[in-house]
Design a protein around this ligand. Structure first.
Ligand SMILES: *Cc1c(COP(=O)(O)O)cnc(C)c1O
Length: 447
C-alpha cells in the first residue's frame, strides 16, 4: 500500500474500469482477473499461475483455501451450522473461545477478556481507542510516525501517512504523533524524547489515554521497533498510567514468527488488536483483547451487525491447530532465517541499487532509497508470476510476505524470481543512466 497505492495506472479494461470506483487499487498493481487459488498459488482466468508473496496483506497466513480449514468449513455449512449470529452464543464461538484460551492465552501467561468488534482491523482499533478513553477519562492518544491503523476516523487520527489522512476530509483531533524507533536517526533515543513530552508540564502534549504501537510497521515501510525500545515504552506507559495498545492486526497470528508479535519482548499490552489472519481462511473477523480490569463496557455500548461471523469462528478455531505444539513456530524460524539470508544476498549483489533488508519473521523486504525502484521491482516480479506489493509512504520497500505455510522450495523459487526482478531493475536503471551520453550522438542521427 503506497502513497499512491499503485504500481501502474492503466488498471484493467472492461467492467472493472467502467463500473468500479476509481478508489480501486490492488487491481491496478496486479492487472489480471483471478479465478482460483490453493495455498500460495493463484491462477488467473487465462490459467497463468502466480506465486503469492502478498498473502492478502496478511489475511492469508495459512494460505489460500487451506485444506484443513476448508474441510471443517464445508462440513459446517453442509450441516446448516449458524452463519450469522450478532453476538449471540453459538457452538462455533464457544469452540473458538475455548481453544483460544487453551492454545494461545494460557501457555503465554496472558489473561485477556475477548471483545468481538466488527470484523475488520479498523473496527478492532476503534474499539480499543474508545475503551482506552472510557477507562481513563482522557481524550488523547499517541501514535507513531509511519504508523498504519486503518481507514476510519479514529484509526486515521493515529495513522502517519499524509495521503490517507487527507482522505478524512476533516481534522483528526485528539491524537499526537511521536517519533517511532529510529525515526530521528540511529542514535536518537525517541523514548527519552517521548518521556520529556510526558513529564514536562510545558510540552503542550496532554497526558494521553493510550499509546498505540505496531512492533513492526507493515504498511509504513517495515520499520522494526527494537526490543529495548518496546520494553521502555511499556515501562513509560506504566509510569504515567497510560494504556499500551499493540496493534497486531497484521503482525499477529505468526507473521513475525510468534503468535503475537510482542512475545519475544515479554510485553503485556493492556489492549491488543487482532484481525486479518485470525479468521484463518481469509474470512472477516477481528478481536479486541483487554486486561480483565479494563472491561468497563456496558452491555451493548459498542456493537455491530457483523460481530458474529461463525464461518470465521469455525476456521479460526481450527487454524489454532498450527499453534498446539512448537512445530509450526520452529518451521517459521527456519523459513525466516532463509528469507533473511537470501534478501541480504540479493541486496549485496546489486550494490548500485543500495538495497537494504528490513523486517523480521516472514515480514521482510528490500528497502531501495531511490524513488520508484521498489515499485519497478514489484512490477517486474508480477510479469514473472510473483505477486508482491510495496510498503512505505513512498512505496520504497518491496515486501515479501508469503503465506506462513509455504514450503521451502516454493519460498526459494519466489526469491529467485525476486532476484531476477531486482537484476532487471538494476539493468534498466543503469541503461537509463548511461543513456544521456550515448544519446548525444544518436540524437542527431534520429532527427
Ligand atoms: C490492515 C491493518 C489495519 C486495518 O485493518 P482493516 O481490516 O483494513 O480495517 C489496522 N492496523 C494494521 C496494523 C493493519 O495492518
Amino acid at each position: 500500500m503506497t502513497n499512491k497505492g499503485l504500481l501502474q495506472t492503466e488498471g484493467l479494461p472492461g467492467i472493472f474500469g467502467e463500473m468500479e470506483s476509481e478508489v480501486r487499487s490492488y487491481c491496478r498493481s496486479f492487472p489480471a482477473v483471478f479465478r482460483k487459488a490453493i495455498d500460495w498459488t493463484i491462477w488467473d482466468s487465462e490459467g497463468k499461475a502466480y506465486l503469492d508473496f502478498f498473502a492478502g496483506a496478511g489475511a492469508l497466513n495459512y494460505g489460500h483455501n487451506n485444506a484443513m480449514l476448508k474441510e471443517k468449513l464445508i462440513r459446517y455449512i453442509a450441516e446448516d451450522g449458524i452463519s450469522h449470529s450478532l453476538d449471540m452464543a453459538t457452538e462455533a464461538k464457544e469452540r473458538f473461545l475455548r481453544r483460544f484460551r487453551r492454545i494461545i492465552l494460557q501457555p503465554r501467561g496472558l489473561d485477556y477478556k475477548v471483545m468481538f468488534p466488527g470484523p475488520t482491523g479498523a473496527n478492532a482499533v476503534e474499539a480499543a481507542l474508545k475503551l482506552a478513553r472510557k477507562v481513563t477519562g482522557r481524550t488523547d492518544v499517541i501514535g507513531f510516525t509511519n504508523a498504519f491503523h486503518g481507514m476510519t476516523l479514529g484509526a486515521l487520527s493515529v495513522t502517519g501517512n499524509k495521503f490517507k489522512r487527507q482522505g478524512a476530509g476533516v481534522p483528526l483531533p485528539y491524537a499526537a504523533s511521536m517519533p517511532f524507533d529510529g525515526y530521528l536517526g540511529k542514535d536518537a533515543d525517541t523514548i527519552a524524547y517521548l518521556e520529556s513530552y510526558l513529564s514536562d508540564s510545558g510540552s503542550g502534549v496532554s497526558l494521553p489515554a493510550a499509546v498505540i504501537v505496531e512492533t513492526l510497521q507493515g504498511e509504513g515501510g517495515l520499520n522494526a521497533a527494537g526490543a529495548q525500545w518496546l520494553v521502555r515504552l511499556e515501562t513509560l506507559c506504566r509510569k504515567h498510567g497510560i494504556l499500551l495498545i499493540v496493534d497486531d492486526v497484521q503482525m499477529g497470528c505468526g507473521r513475525t514468527g510468534s503468535f503475537f508479535s510482542f512475545e519475544p519482548f515479554g510485553l503485556q499490552p493492556d489492549i491488543v488488536c487482532l484481525s486479518k489472519s485470525i479468521g484463518g481462511y481469509g474470512l472477516p473477523m477481528a478481536l479486541t483483547l483487554m486486561k480483565p480490569e479494563l472491561d468497563v463496557w456496558e452491555p451493548g455500548e459498542h456493537n455491530g451487525t457483523f460481530r458474529g461471523n461463525n464461518l470465521a469462528f469455525v476456521c479460526a478455531a481450527e487454524a489454532l491447530r498450527y499453534w498446539e505444539n512448537g512445530e509450526f513456530e520452529a518451521g517459521l524460524a527456519d523459513k525466516s532465517a532463509l528469507l533473511e539470508a537470501r534478501l541480504k544476498e540479493i541486496a549485496a549483489r546489486h550494490p548500485g541499487l543500495q538495497g537494504k533488508r528490513k523486517g523480521r519473521g516472514l515480514m521482510q523486504g528490500l528497502y531501495f532509497p531511490e524513488n520508484g525502484v521498489a515499485e519497478d521491482v514489484c512490477r517486474a516480479a508480477f510479469r514473472r508470476g510473483l505477486i508482491m506489493e510495496t510498503s512505505g509512504t513512498d512505496g520504497e520497500v518491496a515486501k515479501v510476505m508469503p503465506p506462513l505455510t509455504i514450503d521451502e522450495a516454493s519460498l526459494l523459487r519466489g526469491l529467485r524470481l525476486l532476484e531476477q526482478s531486482v537484476e532487471e531493475t538494476a539493468n534498466n536503471r543503469r541503461s537509463i543512466k548511461i543513456a544521456p551520453k550515448a544519446a548525444a550522438g544518436m540524437g542527431g542521427a534520429r532527427i
